[in-house]
Design a protein around this ligand. Structure first.
Ligand SMILES: *Cc1c(COP(=O)(O)O)cnc(C)c1O
Length: 346
């Protein structure tokens, strides 16, 4: 089975398992686990931030950030198809009491003037207090589209000018960095915080890192404690795998970007399938299958019969996500399987 449903399907490496086995967990709660501390240091340095906190998932990192960078009753500005809006059960409203101001982006990208308009709009002499601009890079639902260093800078400038902080949901930001050939720290240089996942392209078994200033991370610690997510016992085992992930996986991510690009071009040349090649920027490829007359669910069932798993994103879009278990051979086999499905319904 070739599984392109998500990059989450990748397995920890043998080195990760071996390192986990050899790890002696410390006392995480009093910050005495050397492995957790080392991972946090590595993550903070990678992102050019003062400090980092190891948490169990990207969702938790996002929630911790929302609790930390915004106050209840205040406004947070987000792109309308942000993961934190659609994929995290409105924790921003339910847990944090925040008002989400959704702004339409272009392929996931917010324009600074639209952000400014959202922050400054007022009616009946009421102007919401915007605490936070919450960005996503790469943008998941837009198919992995990226913000550049300059675009991030411009957005941060607008937010900061109006007294709002900027947080980046960078679950796959290492793909954005690899694809642009820039250090990840450059993509968050002007932001106030960032999170990235260890489980997606990085193949670690669990975890994400919330990064920001010492001061913000001290507040985040308290907030994470409030939701029972601070200093998970024996986290050292997972931190050990996370360290191996950062040491061994970052340099190969460009390979997934290259693979996705090649795949997108091949698929786009098949009659009946359309890929918006401009949106193929990281390791995700969205394929519009509507011209085949199939709904994506039945399309992926037919693919599954040919040992390829993909993700029915919408009724018209099928998503293929590249990761380290998909090399040239698997990519070719996938293209063949897709072509065969199209031919079979013609
Ligand atoms: C996966 C993802 C998350 C959530 O991370 P989990 O580790 O799955 O909780 C948040 N934001 C984006 C953009 C993601 O792709």
């Amino acid at each position: 089975m070739i599984d392109l449903k998500s990059d989450l399907v990748n397995m920890p490496t043998d080195e990760m398992w071996a390192t986990m086995r050899a790890t002696e967990p410390g006392w995480v709660a009093s910050r005495q686990d050397p492995t957790v501390l080392r991972l946090e240091r590595m993550a903070a340095d990678l992102m050019g931030q003062e400090a980092a906190i190891f948490v169990m998932s990207g969702t938790v990192a996002n929630l911790g950030a929302l609790m930390t960078y915004a106050e209840r009753g205040h406004q947070v500005v987000l792109e309308e198809y942000s993961h934190v809006v659609w994929g995290e059960e409105w924790s921003l409203a339910y847990v944090c009491g925040l008002y989400p101001r959704l702004v339409k982006g272009d392929k996931g990208k917010l324009a600074p003037q639209d952000v400014e308009a959202a922050i400054t709009e007022s009616r009946f002499s009421h102007r919401p207090h915007t605490d936070l601009l919450f960005l996503e890079n790469p943008h998941n639902m837009a198919g992995g589209t990226m913000l550049s260093v300059a675009e991030t800078e411009a957005l941060c400038q607008v937010a900061h000018h109006h007294g709002a902080s900027v947080f980046i949901d960078g679950s796959r930001i290492l793909y954005a960095a690899a694809a642009q050939g820039v250090p990840p720290a450059a993509l968050v240089a002007d932001a106030d915080g960032v999170m990235f996942s260890l489980t997606k392209g990085l193949s670690a078994p669990v975890g994400a890192l919330l990064c920001g200033s010492e001061e913000a991370m001290a507040r985040a610690e308290k907030n994470l404690r409030r939701i029972g997510e601070f200093r998970v016992h024996k986290a050292g085992f997972f931190a050990a795998a996370g360290i191996v992930a950062l040491e061994s996986m970052v340099d190969r991510m460009q390979e997934d970007v290259r693979q996705a690009r090649r795949f997108a071009e091949a698929i786009n040349s098949i009659d009946g399938l359309v890929v918006d090649l401009e949106s193929v920027q990281t390791n995700i490829v969205m394929v519009d299958i509507s011209a085949t007359g199939l709904e994506s669910r039945s399309f992926i069932e037919r693919l599954l019969a040919r040992n390829v798993r993909a993700h029915p994103y919408t009724s018209e879009l099928v998503r293929f996500t590249f990761h380290r278990h998909v090399g040239d051979v698997e990519a070719e086999l996938t293209i063949d399987a897709v072509r065969a499905v199209v031919q079979e319904v013609r």
